[in-house]
Design a protein around this ligand. Sequence first.
Ligand SMILES: [Mg+2]
Length: 280
Amino acid sequence: MANRFVVFTDLDGTLLDAETYSFQAAQPALEKLKKKQVPVVLCTSKTRAETEVIARQLDLKHPFIVENGGAIFISPGYFTPEQLKNSGYKPKRKGNYLVIELGLPYRQLRQFLVNMRKSFPLKVKGFGDCRPEEIARITGLSLGEARLAARREYDEPCQLEDSAQIRLLRQKAREAGLKVVRGGRFIHLTGNNDKGRAVRILKKLYRRKFGQIISLGLGDAANDWPMLKEVELPVLVARPDGQPVVLKKLPENIYKTKKAGPAGWTEAVNYWLKSGQLEV
Ligand SMILES: [Mg+2]
């Protein structure tokens, strides 16, 4: 039996345009993958509320990973109970989903930030300090979308007034068992989770579902690095400003797109389809 393929993709700056959040330029490649019944798993720092809307627009019913690997949301029945069993994680029922939670509760992250501001002269502002109007202004999202972005469960996007303070924030976070990671637009405070760990769990589940799989991963920023290390076919999508992200030790076979955002997404999927490795 031929290998089955699974695609893991970041959203902002990768499948979605960094400025307009449009996925239009990725449509041709998405259609091809849909015809071949290749699962496309969204793997983002966005919240569940935001990711649900995008999954619906894309007509995707596959599991998705939110808030930098904070949790995996799976529709009941997508994997059988046998496939889920022994995954090492017991999914919880939450609303319409089965959820594998890997992150820490949001209020714990907020408490850390508040403490940091009290104990150090650290000028850091998170989404939790902003009204939706302000989130809309700094992200370019609509007010409605900004409200969904504010519904955080496992990850706090922040901005530092003095970017040199990232070292102090990072060190203190580490001491508290937390992590600071750079996304395309913000730095993110999370528990000890990342996109890579979530992808590893889903790959295991897909192997139970399909047998052998080959996975393709697409991202544009440092927070995608753990995901790109976990996939067989990694893709670094170009940024609109042409500035490459500085990532340590890129995988040898990484494909770097020439085009930015969703146009680069299509470019990379076509590249792998043409390579013959994505035969299904
Ligand atoms: Mg991104």
